[in-house]
Design a protein around this ligand. Structure first.
Ligand code: NDP
Ligand code: 8X3
Length: 251
């Protein structure tokens, strides 16, 4: 029986939700986070059949709420073995001159600062315990810059840098750090990017077989289930039809 505990941000949708499902079936205790309480409650009900589940509702942009929520964890969930820094989104797709400042704030605040707040609330205890695993969900947008992707790409380049920084700083504390950088995954991502415009969002995934959230979740589980001496540093994962951030073989 595996009694490891994982903390997953952005567990209410897409990659985070699919990861929660795989972890649950592998008996990893779960702390599931997001802003949508109805979805958190549903997940607790669904996954509670397989493992112990607790949920935390907070916005990662809110520093105080983030620390308060994590401080409030029941005793049996306080020793976190695995942190999946997954919460994030793109907001808008515009040239630098036309970009919306609120969108820029959201992407920097959620994808970069939110990831840092959660990490700061959890990693010091991993250091005390001299063990832990951090998986940062980056993006191909953290490896390349594409037209109109400017600030989202900058935020994911920051995640890529922080992933490397964490691995260096946590190396002497026996903490494994990995990043997974997906290409196109069919989730709510594009609906958020295009502010609810379903037609625009659906067009992103037309004419090729996009990755599904479960494809990335299976890889996350593979990464965290390697023997203790193995750390997969960095993975770029594309759909077969994708060759770079901008090259897609559509029908
Ligand atoms: P989804 O939109 O399906 O899921 C995003 C998750 O992040 C939701 O659970 C959402 O929960 C959570 N979230 C968003 N904003 C906040 C916030 N302010 N506070 C707390 N939680 C928040 O997208 P994906 O599953 O695709 O995205 C997951 C990660 O994967 C992101 O970091 C994204 O950048 C990255 N990624 C996605 C790719 C794709 O093509 N889909 C490709 C490469 C990387 P809630 O709304 O309930 O708060
Ligand atoms: C999501 C993939 O190409 O839309 O990070 O940036 S992309």
């Amino acid at each position: 029986m595996n009694h490891k505990t994982a903390f997953i941000t952005g567990a209410t949708s897409g990659i985070g939700k699919a990861t929660a499902k795989i972890f649950a079936k592998n008996k990893i205790q779960l702390i599931l986070c997001g802003r949508r309480t109805d979805r958190l409650a549903q997940l607790k009900l669904e996954l509670g059949k397989y493992t112990k589940v607790t949920t935390l509702q907070f916005d990662v942009r809110d520093k105080e709420a983030t620390f308060k929520a994590i401080d409030s964890l029941p005793f049996e969930f306080q020793k976190i073995d695995i942190l999946i820094n997954n919460a994030g989104n793109a907001h808008g797709l515009s040239s630098i001159q036309d970009g919306n400042i609120e969108d820029w704030d959201a992407m920097i605040d959620i994808n970069v600062k939110g990831l840092l707040y959660v990490s700061k609330a959890i990693i010091p205890k991993m250091v005390e315990n001299n063990r832990g695993f951090v998986v940062n969900i980056g993006s191909i947008a953290g490896k390349e810059v594409y037209p109109n992707g400017n600030v989202y790409c900058a935020s994911k380049h920051a995640v890529n840098a922080l992933n490397k920084a964490m691995r260096i700083d946590l190396n002497k504390h026996n903490i494994r750090v990995s990043a997974i950088h997906p290409g196109a995954v069919e989730t709510e991502f594009s609906e958020v990017r295009f502010k609810g415009d379903k037609e625009k969002a659906n067009n992103v995934y037309k004419g090729f077989d996009a990755l599904q959230a479960n494809d990335i979740a299976e890889i996350i589980y593979f990464v965290i289930s390697r023997p203790i001496h193995v750390n997969i540093e960095d993975l770029i994962v594309y759909p077969t039809a994708q060759a770079s951030a901008t090259i897609l073989n559509r029908e």
